[in-house]
Ligand binder design. Sequence first.
Ligand code: ACM
Length: 751
Amino acid sequence: MRFSIVCLVWLGIFVACSESNGQGTLKLQLIPVPEKVSFGEGVFLLDQGVGMEMDEGQELERCGELLNAMMLGECGYQLQSVKKRGKMIRLRVEEEATDRVSESYRLEITPDGLDIIGGDVKGVFYGIQTLGQLLADPQFLDEKEKGWRLPVMQIVDRPAFPYRGLHLDVSRHFFPKEFVMKCIDWMAFYKLNRLHWHLTDAAGWRIEIKKFPELTRRAAWRAKEDYLGWWNGDRRYVTCDSAGAYGGYYTQDEIREVVAYATARQVTVIPEIEMPGHSEEVLAVYPELGCTGKPYRNGEFCVGNEKCFEFVEEVLTEVLALFPSEYIHVGGDEASKAAWKVCPKCQKRIKEEHLKDEAELQSYMVRRVGKWLKSKGRKLIGWDEILEGGLAPEAAVMSWRGEKGGIEAARMGHDVVMTPGAFCYFDSYQADPQTQPYAIGGFTPYLKTYSYHPVPEDLSAEEARHILGAQANVWTEYITTSEHVEYMIFPRLLALAEVVWSPEARRDREDFKRRVEKHVALLRARGVNAFKPSDRVEILTEPEESKQQMKVWFDTERYRPEIRYRLNDGEEQVYTKPFYVKDSAVVRAAVYDEGGKGGESMMRVDYHRGIGHKVAYRTRYSGAYPASKEVTLTDGFRGGLTYSDGRWQGFLTNVDVVVDMGRVCDLSYVSAGFMQLIGPGVYLPDYVAVSVSEDGKDFREVARVKNEVAVDKKELVIKDFTMSFQGRGRYVRLFAKKHSGFQFVDEIVIY
Ligand code: ACM
């Protein structure tokens, strides 16, 4: 009732949902974008004369303290909390403030005051964060008054998803608690509410357990800092006083401090204790918990051994005392079943428990630990492998190997957090790898994260209710410093924040670019090492078979930059709209801004004669990387900066394919793109050869080109193997000799 009256009053004053005010169009720069914004006439001057008033309650008072801390940071004064006449900021909870209570808020600004009305205290907190972003927006600053002139407006806002997460791996590299708290500050600023703390893994145990002090004494440091060198080399754990020791851990007092800090900022910290795999460091200290009884053999607990359950329960008992979170993460990913297959204890367990196989053995452990957690009033969450072999109904699944696990889990009635690698893994490259610090691979620019929809389309409404939200994961194999973590998180975390908070209809890719530019500047001004959106021009193409031409257009991460381009050696022109290439053209494009010309992108665009022609496979592509299967190599689309973009086709063998041109014709040119990224085992071929044939049986080799790129070059290489020749035939055979691991190929260009 009260809600509707309030709404009616506000409707009278504001133009609902219009984002222009009396002075013309006013652009807010809020991230995530709120559900509704409406402007009225006039401004509210927020200066030293403004007081603060709030309803009673400890939690609200804490919100008030945070607001005052924010004011102190922004302008050096606090709001007076004495009740008095005059202009006020008022904080209160009204359960009917919006139609969905938890975390929702209204922010109402009139010339006389500013009200933050939450559906609950969390809502008030998020209203304060929105105010914080308004205060950080230079367009509202009034230097003369040492305050802000905030436009009269109403914001009505609430989250799209209840789970809005960031994961941080502190095992591969260790980060001090102060940095974890800094992450929490920025999470809160962007309305994220779950910190998934990856505390244990092979690279180091990072949480003090009083019952097992040896875990941190002997497995929280490793013999060298360089993760890859350590993993592929000596791979020893050491004590902290050893020469060259790298590592660290959080004491229980430090953890309590972090959890309290997070709680005050509406962030729930979810600890992850890995099992049954990724536990090499535990088995180095307690080898009797592994199948062989010897350290440094494998990374899985022996599920046949009761002592493992005693160990896990004792560790978790201390973990539960530190973390009040509903969910406790038990990992569950990437466990090898090899040791279990030959372990008498594990085999005995399989027999006695009537388990089908080793997958069910893993499931036995997860179920048993889940049951134990349930008996303590908590719930289990784990990576999507925990689905294999069955799962207790109340357990939740984190879907990381794409969305498949999440979809399956939701259909089975489990709650799900989506964190598919292609959108949510912030350890992947965010810009052209050739311009970036070494990363694990992949290519996830912030606009890719921004394009994510956590609810897969093929779920029913009922199933979709199980999608709690999404999370960004920061694995730190190659991320060694806090500054580097910041660089990988921002601005991608801004994209995730909008994906999980804002209604889909309010998302706007172009406007997001504008806001990201502002927020990156803000973050950098406030000591966060955010990556500046790339000025690289992405050259995009799409074949138009009916007109035998290629449509070409440009995209960038920047907001409406000036782009100039050239075709072949032609004159430079300003880009305004898509254009078309018949045949072939070299396209060069660059952004121009106040700093001059940015880095030039170049691409040869071909509407080539092979487009649309059938390809026969003498060797098969890998089922893991089929791209668009049989049409991939002659569809006119080119693979991009990552082999998992659905354009590159992967082979574990030589590539040996034949394009049928449909009739005998003169042939003069073949080119094929390949990639090298040795981290994940992707290599250029040793050589590429082209043969032609009139009948599809007898082939004559007409050209061959050898690879000249070093096979140990660590950085990404994308290379066209290009051959000119004179030949005649109907069939064009492309053969690429495998060097090692995977070959990725796309597109075969034929003239
Ligand atoms: C994972 O990335 N192994 C969950």
